[in-house]
Design a binder for this molecule. Structure first.
Ligand code: MG
Length: 170
C-alpha cells in the first residue's frame, strides 16, 4: 500500500541572509523570519511526511510558542517526520517540491538544496526533487516579501518482515 502527503509553507522575508532552504544556506540578501530557522522547504516536506501517515502537522509536533524550538535547525523536524513515517510502517519513495522565491534566482543553488534535503532525510539523492519558480512580480512572493514551498511525498508500506516492534524485535 502507498500513501501520499502534501505540505505547504510560507515565511516572510527580511533584509539579511543567508536564506535557509532545504537545510542549505543559500547566499542571499534576505532571510526568512520564523520561530525556528524559517526553512519553508523543510517545513513543507515535514508536513507532507506527517500528512501522508495521518500524524498531524509540524505545528502540532513542534509548537511555535515552545521556546525549545526557537531558532531550531529544521533537520530536527525532518528527522522526526521520517521517524513518524517509519513508526507507522512506511518508507519514502520520493519527494517532489517547488520553492517560490523572487530572488535570488535558485537555479545555481538547486542541486545543493536538493543534496542538503536528501541528507537531512537520510535518503538517496534520486528520491528528492527540488524545483524553483519566481512569482512573476505577483503577490507576496513576486513582490519579494515572502518565500514559499510546496511538497508532495509518496510513501510505501515497508515489508512486514522488516518492521520492528517498539523494543526493536521483529
Ligand atoms: Mg514554517
Amino acid at each position: 500500500m502507498n500513501r501520499i502527503g502534501e505540505g505547504y509553507d510560507i515565511h516572510r522575508l527580511q533584509p539579511g541572509g543567508p536564506l535557509r532552504l532545504g537545510c542549505a544556506d543559500v547566499p542571499a540578501d534576505v532571510e526568512a523570519i520564523g520561530h525556528s530557522d524559517g526553512d519553508a522547504l523543510a517545513h513543507a516536506v515535514c508536513d507532507a511526511l506527517m500528512g501522508a501517515v495521518g500524524a498531524g502537522d509540524i505545528g502540532q509536533h513542534f509548537p511555535a510558542g515552545d521556546a525549545r524550538w526557537r531558532g531550531a535547525d529544521s533537520r530536527v523536524f525532518l528527522a522526526e517526520a521520517v521517524r513518524l513515517a517509519a513508526e507507522a510502517g512506511y518508507e519514502l519513495i520520493n519527494i517532489d517540491a517547488t520553492i517560490g522565491l523572487e530572488k535570488p534566482k535558485l537555479a545555481e543553488h538547486r542541486e545543493s538544496i536538493r543534496a542538503a534535503l536528501a541528507e537531512a532525510l537520510g535518503c538517496d539523492l534520486d528520491r528528492v526533487s527540488v524545483k524553483a519558480k519566481t512569482g512573476e512580480g505577483l503577490g507576496p512572493v513576486g513582490e519579494g516579501e515572502a518565500v514559499e514551498a510546496r511538497a508532495v511525498v509518496l510513501l510505501s508500506q515497508q515489508n512486514r518482515g522488516s518492521q520492528r516492534g517498539p523494543r526493536g524485535e521483529r
